[in-house]
Design a protein around this ligand. Structure first.
Ligand code: AMP
Ligand code: ZN
Length: 270
């Protein structure tokens, strides 16, 4: 079967598995990279109701190129694009925010950026009345995250992840979906090039998370089937370590859904 058809069929099956409804409003978190660009392209192609959402992180020339790519994509797909300018919203770009946080907390670049982005996605998706948030996470990302959680001794950290978030139901929490959950990175790269999608192929210049880079070196040696085995076995395992529904409270500082009194983002910004 042609690689494009195989990838498209696979994503269709994932969307069917999670019962995604064509009338739901899906906000696609667009970074400008190949994964989220392919996600938006496919959701639109399959007739889902989507809008684009981009966080302009203000990381110099890299962010400028990402912004131009998502603008091009949304124009081509004829979908509305919402841009969240981190400097306008918080007074600083991501580099400055991160260094300020790192001056008293020992945390990796990507971990900080990830917490802030997730917080923005939820808050903005709710403001924009979206039913779901779609991200471009792929099979490689998920296999790496699972292996990282296992080797840190916290497999439970993976328990709520999947092609759709599990065990959280709260009126202020917008569920996240990952349509490319079962697709290996290499296939997405080929697909996006084949379809000539507007993509920034460079990695974020701040992605210096040495632990993930190390785990990636290992997952890069695995075949697609081996990566799928990691995820499928994780799915079997997750039913056993499932903690049941998660108790959500609202952050005392920002009012966003949280697991503790203060959400992870406000904990960082303190
Ligand atoms: P990352 O954590 O950078 O690997 O990104 C994971 C997913 O988050 C991407 O596939 C996108 O869906 C989303 N994402 C990352 N960066 C941005 C951004 N600057 N704006 C909007 N969405 C983003
Ligand atoms: Zn908070």
């Amino acid at each position: 079967m042609e690689i494009s058809t195989e990838l498209e069929d696979n994503v269709r099956q994932t969307l069917k598995k999670i019962n995604l409804n064509k009338k739901e409003k899906i906000l696609v978190a667009l970074s400008g990279g190949k994964d989220s660009t392919t996600t938006a392209h496919l959701l639109k192609k399959f007739g889902y109701t989507i809008e684009g959402f981009h966080i302009d992180l203000k990381i110099g020339d890299y962010s400028e190129r990402c912004l131009r790519a998502v603008e091009r994509l949304c124009k081509d797909l004829k979908v509305e694009l919402h841009v969240y300018d981190i400097k306008n919203e918080t007074g600083s770009g991501m580099c400055y925010l991160r260094s300020a946080i790192q001056s008293n907390k020992k945390l990796k670049n990507c971990a900080i950026c990830g917490v802030i982005k997730k917080w923005v996605f939820n808050k903005e998706a709710r403001r924009l009345n979206a039913d779901k948030i779609a991200t471009g996470h792929n099979l490689d990302d998920e296999a790496q995250t699972f292996l990282m959680n296992i080797s840190k001794g916290s497999p439970k950290l993976s328990a709520n992840t999947g092609p759709v978030t599990k065990n959280v139901s709260d009126k202020k929490f917008i569920p996240r979906i990952k349509p490319l959950y079962y697709i290996a990175e290499e296939g997405i790269k080929k697909y996006s090039k084949n379809k000539k999608l507007p993509v920034v192929y460079d990695k974020c210049p701040c992605a210096l998370d040495s632990y993930r880079i190390q785990v990636r070196k290992f997952t890069d040696t695995l075949s697609k089937n081996e990566k799928l085995n990691i995820i499928k076995n994780f799915e079997k395992l997750s039913k056993k370590i499932n903690r049941g529904s998660i108790n959500i409270c609202y952050c005392e500082t920002c009012g966003e859904p949280a697991r503790k009194k203060i959400c992870k983002r406000c904990e960082l910004m303190k």
